[in-house]
Ligand binder design. Sequence first.
Ligand SMILES: *Cc1c(COP(=O)(O)O)cnc(C)c1O
Length: 228
Amino acid sequence: MIQIKLRQVQQRIAQACAQAGRAPLSVQLLAVSKTFGADAVVQAHAAGQTAFGENYIQEGVDKIRQLAHLPLQWHCIGPIQSNKTRLVAEHFDWVHTIDRLKIAQRLSEQRPAGLAPLQMCIQVNVDGGTSKSGVTPAEALGLARDVAALPNVRLRGVMSIPEPAIDFIAACAVFTRVRTVFNALNAEGLGLDTLSMGMSADMEAAIHEGSTMVRVGTAIFGGRTYPA
Ligand SMILES: *Cc1c(COP(=O)(O)O)cnc(C)c1O
């Protein structure tokens, strides 16, 4: 079942790339396994998926520990409080939700020697949505420069979680604002390669507007029985 849904999502990505005139391999799929067990991750991995996203730190770390024998890449896509930075620094490969320098500094300080730098994205809030996370577009450059200068970090890009839009056109209008921030940071020489946007309901619009990484949960694993 997960295998079939994974194929369907890969086809949606390929079709959206074709329609946008983009190379099919220009968009990576991050499978969002939050609320699902390690067994679901094992099934997705058996079907060829290697990158997984988790929102809740402790839940994610439990899965990472259980599945340490598999060559998986783990992305933290949920909010991080100061008291959770050490767990994130020690276990995850990527963090998409950087919107405060203090958190990025702690993650850098706590990244164990011997692990690769922690890959980071700056979270941008382009629609003032009810989720208050994310910096404004105007704040993004200053934070990005500071984060890029941290020793055990590699700044990779920009991430956003816009409010659901009413249709494709409206979704594109919001995603294009995220891409504008991404382009502006690159115009300042930050050398970013990751634009993390698009979920189950709006990945086509995100890909149309330049997403390089879609974060997809429901369309792969099914509906979640507890929220977020
Ligand atoms: C849950 C979540 C997703 C996946 O959402 P779906 O609609 O289930 O595809 C993507 N990004 C973030 C930050 C999430 O919290």
